[in-house]
Design a protein around this ligand. Structure first.
Ligand SMILES: [Zn+2]
Length: 312
């Protein structure tokens, strides 16, 4: 009897680990589209996948997450132009995130809540890396979602989630305004403020110090590494490639967009935000801080406590 139960449990566990890894890769593939099209105001649903260089439609067998890129050795089947390694990397990250969250939480409400958070952060981080801005259509619903999940899971409680959103956004708004007053420069954007509100809503008010601390620490380390190795022609080239792809798609769909925009009179003005020299996007680092909390909240609390005991 026990042996049968053990066998069932193992099978069930193996099945779901494989399932969530694959499902994460598929969502990662979808997030590639979101990351690429959302900042340009393009439709997520239309058109289907196509090569940004030769515009050739991509068949389903060339669009299998991670594998297709490997089999095609990173090149378009039709025009043989390179496909940025970014695409399979986002898919792999989605797969690893969903799989590891399942391993950590099992099939529980916390798994659902943290999976939604992690995958939203994956999209937000890459959009922020590319464009130095975080779309409100992700962060603002994120705040509401965080509080709704808290009502469902009770961890954090909805009061902690609400306080987390208000205080999280409040702290970053204060930092942003003070930094601007003192230096006359923009160190962060309001996108970071709203993102912090979302993280506070999902993780609760008690997570805020850890998220800010880990986010800043990783951010400073990354900035130091980036400054030390500032000559990375490959990376610059890849960024250039992605920019070019985005422009191509943009041009191709400009006509359609203009027509639509005129119809709906919902033309959003392009903001003239200029990327400050030497600035780094804060969104990905806040995301790393939040995910560290999701995976290791108890360990982080314990470390904070130990640290405190050293001084008191
Ligand atoms: Zn092509």
């Amino acid at each position: 009897m026990n042996a049968t139960l053990d066998w069932l449990a193992t099978t069930y566990h193996t099945f779901f680990s494989v399932f969530f890894f694959c499902f994460g890769a598929i969502i990662g593939s979808f997030l590639n589209v979101v990351i690429y099209r959302l900042p340009n105001g393009l439709s997520i649903a239309w058109p289907g996948s196509h090569c940004p260089k030769c515009n050739h439609h991509i068949s389903w067998y060339d669009n299998v997450p991670i594998f297709s890129w490997l089999i095609l050795r990173g090149k378009c089947r039709h025009c043989h132009e390179p496909i940025a390694i970014r695409y399979p990397l986002v898919e792999l990250t989605g797969a690893i995130l969903l799989w590891s969250l399942f391993m950590h939480f099992g099939l529980t409400p916390y798994f659902v809540a943290s999976a939604v958070l992690a995958l939203m952060l994956l999209a937000i981080s890459f959009i922020d890396l590319d464009n130095f801005y975080i779309p409100d259509v992700l962060s603002l619903p994120g705040i509401v979602l965080g509080i709704l999940f808290a009502l469902w899971t009770g961890q954090p409680t909805w009061q902690e989630a609400l306080l987390g959103a208000v205080i999280g956004a409040g702290i970053l708004a204060l930092v942003l305004v003070l930094f601007q007053k003192i230096t006359g420069r923009e160190g962060m954007g309001w996108g970071d403020v709203k993102l912090m509100g979302m993280l506070g809503a999902f993780c609760g008010v008690w997570a805020l110090p850890a998220i800010l601390f880990i986010g800043s620490l990783v951010g400073i380390i990354a900035a130091a590494i980036w400054l030390a190795g500032n000559h990375r022609p490959e990376e610059a080239k890849e960024k250039e490639e992605i920019k070019k792809e985005q422009e191509n798609t943009k041009k191709a769909q400009e006509a359609k967009k203009n027509k639509k925009a005129k119809e709906s009179k919902l033309v959003e003005e392009d903001d003239d935000f200029e990327i400050p020299a030497g600035a780094i996007p804060f969104g990905p680092f806040l995301s790393i801080g939040a995910l560290s909390w999701v995976f290791a909240d108890r360990l982080i609390m314990e470390l904070f406590q130990r640290f405190q005991e050293l001084f008191i």
